[in-house]
Design a protein around this ligand. Structure first.
Ligand code: SAM
Length: 284
């Protein structure tokens, strides 16, 4: 890192931060999942970023439980006949190396060229358990993504989309347009995403935006409608799981957060209440 270079240089550096949390979890005796490659991928820059973030330790449960819940959805969907997973903004995720996935499963990772080149180099000698491909693409290049989605759609019979830690960086119009394009291929049938309420978004903005600012990115998406936001775009929420309730069950919360987790849950409009959900969407 040069003296003039910010710690978080661009939006792709947020992938290093996600890898740090997975590496830390991997080191625990009671780990909810183990991702042995995460430490190498996170590197020293990743640790420096994590240490520099205010509240990074206090929020560990949210990162870890998100991964845990997404893993569960993926396992269930594979049992229900998914033959392709398209991981949008895959970052440094290594599920194709660590999960027990069918060897025949097609797994497509899409992200920006810089982070994928970095990942390819580090993982050059590692072997995924399924049929892994990587595509460098700016997912906000609408023509290019439509063409890619159409091509992938023709190669699948039942495709699961994954967007983890991604849509929060974009505004409602951008997310809406992406959702509509994802709804177009008939074989794109399920979509897993993590969603924040407006109240949680404001809290996260307060904690994270000062660190993100130098990279030119910020947190933007936390729709009033909750998971119902996606219905006019062609996607219906069919299962929404609560990271907070899950973390309470797994005994990963502080005392204060445990108290909060006792409040009754709903998956609709949250008003100013901080809420997050790991959502499984389907075509109506
Ligand atoms: C917080 S990371 C999440 C990575 C991964 N999904 C995970 O959970 O570890 C956000 C990711 O979004 C990617 N990203 C941001 N804007 C993008 C774009 N326009 N096209 C493709 N990927 C993008 C970044 O490169 C980064 O890898």
């Amino acid at each position: 890192m040069t003296q003039t270079e910010p710690l978080i240089r661009n939006i792709s550096d947020t992938a290093l931060l996600a890898a740090v949390y997975r590496a830390r979890e991997t080191g625990r005796q009671d780990a909810l999942f183990r991702e042995p490659l995460a430490r190498r991928l996170a590197g020293t820059r990743g640790e420096q970023i994590a240490v520099s973030m205010p509240f990074s330790d206090r929020n560990t449960w949210a990162w870890v439980v998100r991964t845990y819940l997404v893993d569960q959805f993926i396992e269930e969907q594979c049992q229900q006949g998914v033959d392709m997973v398209v991981n949008l903004a895959a970052g440094l995720d290594t599920r194709p190396y660590r999960m027990a996935l069918p060897a025949s499963l097609q797994w497509i990772e899409i992200d920006l060229p810089g982070i994928l080149a970095y990942k390819e180099e580090i993982l050059a000698n590692e072997k995924p358990v399924c049929a892994l491909e990587r595509v460098s693409l700016d997912l906000f290049d609408a023509n290019a993504r439509r063409e890619l989605f159409a091509q992938l759609g023709r190669r699948a019979t039942k495709c699961l989309i994954l967007a983890e830690g991604f849509i929060i960086y974009f505004d409602a119009d951008q997310v809406r347009a992406l959702a509509e394009d994802l709804a177009a291929p008939a074989t794109f049938q399920r979509w897993i995403l993590d969603l924040a309420s407006p109240g949680l978004l404001r809290l996260l903005q307060k904690n994270m935006d000062p660190s993100l600012k130098q990279s030119g990115s910020s947190l933007k998406f936390g729709p009033e409608e909750g998971p119902e936001f996606f219905v006019p775009c062609g996607w219906k929420p069919i299962d929404v799981r609560s990271p907070l309730k899950t973390a309470a069950r797994l005994k990963r919360l502080s005392f204060t957060m445990r108290l909060l987790s006792l409040l009754p849950a709903s998956n609709g409009r949250q008003g100013s209440r901080p809420w997050s959900g790991i959502c499984l969407l389907a075509k109506p």
